[in-house]
Design a protein around this ligand. Structure first.
Ligand code: CA
Length: 229
């Protein structure tokens, strides 16, 4: 998972950072609310660890801004020294997904991050996706392109569903690989051949290839309206 740590206590932030990296995750850190908000809005994370007492923008306000102004639905785990019921309720009202009171065990932070991530994927996975003439129904796993039914292997479906969740965004090879193969290490040739099958099948069904290779970066699902500009 790719985690954003927003915490002004540098010792706590370093502990979290080192622990998450040692567990095979990647992390970015911000030491104040403004930098944290900027990172959360401009980059994609699987989870956010959010301290409440922060210089600049406090954690509660930051959480509210992310949800209500930026419409970012990344799971948020609030970290705080306060443990009154009112504080917890305020956190949930402002859009936090979970809550941990300091001092916490690092392993519990990871377990909660994983649980939030799983719930979030479940929610995203059940959403009907539509991009131009392309549609994907996660309940039946059926894909239609320009009114034609598209038959694809499961890994290609997962790759396509991920790209359809954010059309126009470039997905790195690493992101696509971890979506389709989860923990299993695969070579980039495997991703390339699945992409090839996916693009060839879509082109046959819809008359054009909606996926673009962004050299050196990854792949992106283009929106037809943008492509014709
Ligand atoms: Ca703090």
């Amino acid at each position: 998972m790719h985690i954003l740590i927003i915490e002004d206590d540098l010792a706590i932030a370093a502990n979290l950072y080192d622990f998450l990296e040692s567990r095979g995750h990647s992390a970015d850190a911000a030491a104040n609310g403004v930098a944290g908000l900027h990172l959360a809005v401009t980059q994609r994370f699987d989870g956010i660890l959010l301290d409440l007492g922060l210089p600049g923008i406090n954690g509660m306000t930051l959480c509210k801004k992310l949800r209500e102004e930026s419409h970012i639905d990344t799971p948020i785990l609030m970290l705080t020294a306060r443990d009154t019921l009112e504080d917890k309720l305020e956190g949930f009202e402002n859009g936090a997904d979970d809550y941990l009171v300091k001092p916490f065990a690092l392993k519990e932070v990871e377990a909660r991050l994983m649980a939030m991530h799983k719930r979030h994927l479940g929610k995203v996975a059940n959403r009907m996706l539509e991009v131009d003439k392309l549609s994907y129904d996660p309940k039946t796993l059926s894909i239609r392109f320009a009114d034609n039914h598209v038959k694809l292997p499961p890994k290609c479906i997962r790759l396509l569903a991920l790209m359809m969740s954010e059309p126009g965004r470039v997905f790195s090879r690493k992101e696509l690989e971890s979506e389709a193969w989860e923990d299993v290490q695969e070579t980039s040739d495997t991703l390339r051949s699945h992409m090839h099958v996916l693009r060839r099948t879509l082109t046959r069904a819809g008359g054009y290839d909606p996926i673009e290779t962004i050299h050196g970066l990854g792949y992106c699902l283009i929106q037809r309206a943008e492509a014709q500009d």
